[in-house]
Design a protein around this ligand. Structure first.
Ligand SMILES: [Zn+2]
Length: 308
């Protein structure tokens, strides 16, 4: 429930003919209250307590206190920073639905084209669902839109909705945004149209689920094939965020050999160190040094000898 205590539209823009665009440009704390300023020079007080995460779970309340999770309401930046859920030592049961916010709706029914996983050097934090540009996308739970902008990062046109169960859902690469930040939405409300904006090849919905800024696998929450929640309760624990473990990149062996200039040879019948040195424009001495062997070593067939 978004309750605006006071809405004052100081419409300089209307008077002097400035831009009518109403996106938020800054949020300031004034006298203990949050004030949002819009591009058209209007502003409003926001009663943020109404947008805070609503939980019926006592274990959650204890965990938030224990780990000092911050739930900053930022309409200007998609990513919420400063909460590391890898530090969680226990499991917190999160009810996804309650008697007031009781509905779940699929964001878009379609084929999954990519999953939450390591993709090369990058971690892919969401589930990709095939869409045709212009397909309608829906909010999957009740909530309030926190961010709805053409983001500067790879997301393209992005909507972030904070839900009453504490999860935030991200809908990226959209063709059209149909909601604004601070707008209340219900599960099933159309929020935008699918597209191909940002770092995207081919129209698709990049869908993320984040808890205090930490991305978890949407397929651990939603049964995409049967278009329903896997469970009404999500067991939150640090295993859900394994991507935060240090990632070691293992380049393919071939690339390693060429980039480092190393060269190996597998000994065949008739090979000798002298012949190998001659053929590779090096010396027997150099090969011996590289392999820690003596020139009189008997070469075995199938043995790998480093040449360079
Ligand atoms: Zn994606």
């Amino acid at each position: 429930m978004l309750k605006i205590i006071l809405y004052l539209s100081i419409s300089f823009s209307t008077l002097v003919g400035f831009s009518q665009i109403t996106y938020p440009i800054d949020t300031l704390e004034i006298g203990g209250k949050s004030v949002v300023f819009f591009a058209n020079k209007s502003w409003e007080y926001l009663e943020l307590s109404n947008k805070k995460l609503l939980f019926s779970s006592e274990t959650f309340a204890n965990a938030q206190k224990k780990y000092k999770w911050k739930d900053k309401w930022d309409t200007l930046s998609p990513n919420m920073k400063g909460n590391d859920l890898m530090a969680m030592k226990d499991t917190v049961s999160i009810p996804l639905l309650d008697s007031v916010h009781s509905k779940f709706v699929m964001p878009h029914a379609g084929i999954i084209t990519s999953t939450y996983k390591q993709r090369g050097r990058r971690f892919h934090y969401g589930t990709d669902v095939d869409v045709t540009t212009g397909d309608t996308l829906k909010s999957c739970f009740d909530g309030v839109v926190r961010y709805a902008e053409h983001s500067t990062g790879g997301y393209g046109k992005l909507i972030v909705i904070r839900h009453y169960n504490g999860l935030e859902t991200y809908y990226a690469h959209l063709d059209k945004l149909m909601v604004k930040s601070n707008q209340e939405v219900k599960a099933g409300d159309v929020i935008g149209l699918g597209g191909n904006t940002g770092r995207s090849t081919g129209s698709h919905l990049h869908f993320e689920m984040r808890y205090f800024g930490n991305a978890l696998n949407p397929q651990k929450v939603i049964d995409f094939a049967n278009e329903k929640l896997i469970s009404d309760t999500l067991e939150m624990h640090n295993n859900l965020f394994h991507y935060k473990a240090p990632y070691v990149y293992h380049p393919p062996a071939k690339r390693l050999a060429s980039s480092s200039g190393k060269k190996y040879h597998k000994i065949r019948s008739g090979d000798s160190l002298f012949a190998l040195a001659l053929r590779n424009k090096t010396t027997v001495k150099a090969i011996c040094r590289l392999n820690g062997i003596s020139a009189s070593k008997v070469l075995r067939i199938g043995e790998n000898i480093r040449i360079k």
